[in-house]
Design a protein around this ligand. Structure first.
Ligand SMILES: *Cc1c(COP(=O)(O)O)cnc(C)c1O
Length: 393
């Protein structure tokens, strides 16, 4: 009898990771001596909170790594996204187009502004926004107006598109930019997973009007919890820095706030960790790219699954590797997930699409989200911790 696909996948992973007997998580932070020294410095000097020299250093490194002029470090990635959408002046009656296939923060941060997340489909190979399908869709439901696109079905005004570079693989931004130019839409980049990735030689986070990144513990580099708003826009960039830090005017002692801002500041102790992590970003990317190559070899002999590749026009940071089943099959997917987790190897499905969650099921959406639903049943994330590489080769 031939082994089932589920058994083949789990046995392959188990064999590949055999030397490691403890539980293998999907991801874990890699922290070293410089991280320890920097955090210790914060503790010894008392500079643990929202003022301190590491925050500025971190902002500079963030801008450099993402090819942007302005960076505003924040408390987490969700706060950074919220600041982005807030700055677009969104409110009730407005809509923002975004992929249904993403992490919940993308939708929530739009919802916080009063606007409605409006779900669109992804493409097959990059899992990102499908520009051609978006244009066709806008042709059927949209009417171009000065401030955006009138949704003739809901009456709402579509003001922006949010793209998400899934697992660090850049979206195909050129056609996306063309569609947004045609329809007069701003682009927000959710680059939470794509720090260090490039599209046609350009850095993710610099491919849009304004972008958000995350430095949560499971991301490619971490500040514990953290994020950032980045931009090359001369208005939005400085505004992001201002409104995420309570919109306080610089003054030696007076408290003068000229806008209802947010306390989304990144603490110095987190920035201290991040300054050390940034110096290792290229190394982590190299390791993760090698991890991909090893996984590709390991799974080459198994019919029915392949490892998600980077787009040929891009250099991905391979934040988290993904297995893609050749055919959507929820039952097999679930058997693989449960067998692997029972065997101490953490695997996860891709997020449940937003339009399939009760909280967002009534939101505006493309009627055809078939590629999203297809990939909901094909994608399985596999352990992508840089520490695994020596065990795998
Ligand atoms: C991690 C992540 C976020 C949000 O980051 P937090 O720092 O956890 O708030 C947003 N979008 C995507 C796609 C993410 O993966």
């Amino acid at each position: 009898m031939t082994k089932t696909l589920a058994n083949q996948v789990v046995d392959t992973l188990r064999a590949a990771l055999s030397e490691r007997n403890d539980f293998i998580p999907l991801h874990e932070p890699e922290l070293g001596d410089t991280e320890l020294a920097n955090v210790t410095d914060c503790i010894k000097t008392g500079w643990v909170s929202t003022a301190g020299a590491y925050v500025g250093q971190f902002a500079d490194k963030l801008a450099e790594a993402t090819g942007t002029k302005y960076a505003a470090p924040t408390a987490n990635g969700t706060a950074a996204l919220h600041a982005c959408f807030h700055m677009l002046g969104l409110g009730h009656g407005d809509e923002v187009l975004m992929p249904s296939l993403t992490f919940i923060a993308t939708a929530n941060s739009i919802f916080y502004t009063g606007a409605k997340p409006h779900f669109i489909d992804c493409d097959k190979d990059r899992l990102g926004v499908d520009a051609a399908k978006l244009d066709d869709y806008l042709e059927t439901i949209g009417r171009r107006e000065d401030e955006g696109v009138r949704n003739i079905e809901t009456g709402g005004l579509i003001k922006a598109l949010c793209v998400v570079h899934i697992f660090g693989h850049p979206c195909d931004m050129d056609p996306i930019q063309d569609v947004c130019d045609k329809w007069g839409l701003k682009i927000v980049e959710d680059a939470a997973e794509a720090v260090g990735s490039t599209y046609k030689g350009r850095k993710c986070g610099s491919l849009s009007d304004i972008a958000a990144v995350s430095f949560n513990g499971n991301k490619i580099i971490t500040t514990g919890a953290g994020g950032g708003v980045i931009s090359n826009d001369e208005t939005l960039g400085p505004l992001a820095q201002h409104i995420t830090t309570t919109a306080k005017r610089p003054h030696a002692y007076e408290f003068i706030h000229d806008y209802v801002g947010f306390n989304y500041r990144m603490p110095n102790i987190c920035a201290a960790l991040g300054v050390a992590q940034f110096d290792r970003l290229e190394g982590f990317i190299e390791t993760k790219r090698k991890l991909f190559t090893v996984y590709e070899k390991v799974f080459a002999g198994i019919d029915g699954v392949s490892v998600l590749k980077e787009p040929s026009d891009s250099r991905s940071n391979f934040w988290i590797n993904a297995l893609i089943m050749d055919k959507p099959d929820e039952e097999t997917r679930d058997v693989i997930l449960s067998k692997a987790n029972d065997a101490g190897i953490m695997l996860r499905p891709i997020w449940r699409p937003m339009h399939m969650l009760d909280i967002y099921k009534d939101n505006p959406r493309m009627p055809d989200l078939s590629m999203t639903e297809y990939h909901n049943q094909t994608v399985i994330n596999i352990p992508s911790n840089p520490k695994l590489l020596p065990l795998l080769t």
